[in-house]
Design a protein around this ligand. Sequence first.
Ligand code: NAI
Length: 473
Amino acid sequence: HKQIKKICCIGAGYVGGPTCSVIALKAPHIQVTIVDLNQARIDAWNSDQLPIYEPGLEEVVKVARGRNLFFSTDVEKSINEADLIFVSVNTPTKKSGIGRGYAADLGYVEAATRNIAKVATSSKIVVEKSTVPCRTAQSMRKILEANGKPGVHFDILSNPEFLAEGTAIGDLFNPDRVLIGSLDTPAGKSAASSLVEVYANWVKPDQIITTNLWSSELSKLVANALLAQRISSINAISAICEATGADVDEVAYACGLDTRIGPKFLKASVGFGGSCFQKDILNLVYLSESLHLPEVAAYWKQVVDINEYQKTRFTKRIISSLFNTLTNKRIALFGFAFKKDTGDTRESAAITLCQYFREEKAKVAIYDPKVEESQIWYDLKEVGKGDSLEAIQQQVEIAADPFAAAEGADAIVIATEWDMFKDTNLDYEKLYSIMNKPAFVFDGRLIVDRAKLEAIGFKVEQIGKSTRDHGYE
Ligand code: NAI
């Protein structure tokens, strides 16, 4: 098989950036160029202020950048020089047309693929890194074959990415597995071997698995569906806990000790967010419907429905606890990212909560340690049902720290599980002293010690925990 000397990665986002930076770090003999159409993003990758926050990423980039790692907007040049090209562009849910709200928008993948076909003057291995519907590799092959230059051959591989934001660098250094799908032909298998060799620079051989293309594509959707299903399952149980006096942490712990179930991803919360879970499940739902399997579609759709239910349910609990009205009450919203250790807000539960609070005519003060202000305004405008930024800003402010957010507030709502919001790291006595009374904490992430906060004077409501026996219901 061919030895890879130069790699081009199309798409310098949350996946392409960290993944190919780690390849460059671990395989110093390979030249890696990450390209993007977005000039500002590339400029940021080339600066001290990287465009995404990810623990450990800066260190990796600092070592490899300028050595064998480059960031550029010269997409064509980089494609043409490379032996292997990762397609790592966004695949959001379609907003209009057939399949809107469910199907993946493959416009970016197709544009990148057409660009490869147009400019490649030598044979290439093209790798799907983006999460795509099953059989997308087939469409890519057709486009490449129909538009490629004579004599130029393309092999297509599927190599879905399993990293999780917030722990991307650790996940890439030490993956549970690397999955590579190829056609079951000599050329396909040889291309797969070339990519195996790239990962073998740091990943153990038995953790690199090869399958056919369609298994590989489908496995990524299924992995995300199964992960999200665990969250929706425990979140559904959290509703039962609140109504009965069972404690969802205790239930998750007791169940998770069963080795067939396992302890991970059984943490109840206000709901999962992130750019992938919802999009990939809806993509699976759409695939099922396209294959005339409505029961299968309905089964997986329920995972997303429970996630929405959880956000509404939490909001209702907040309203009823705050004496059935939020009008003109000030709510300190702690956290805006979809989870801790990332600045990413895509599909964050905090966005939905903030919109619900606005509809209830509350004032909201948001604090997040990593999310850019401009991103918060952008997200609130998107979800704001046509409201102008000025209208939104009459109800919402962005605070510089948790205390500024809590000043005069009736309630703290914890939406993201940042470590700094834990009662061991944040001065809740001081927060209590500057809030309106009764002062409430609504813990959507199960990160505070209720007894400790109650001792200070707070009324505490937590997902999956009943307040029945606490004398203030
Ligand atoms: P992103 O939106 O952060 O990055 C995609 C980048 O591709 C953008 O910077 C965009 O400007 C660029 N791009 C789009 N079309 C282009 C073109 N034709 N030429 C050059 N650049 C182009 O997206 P993210 O989060 O990195 O996701 C990429 C893919 O990876 C998606 O399919 C996603 O489902 C998948 N994925 C994401 C994970 C995550 O945690 N974010 C984890 C695993 C997979």
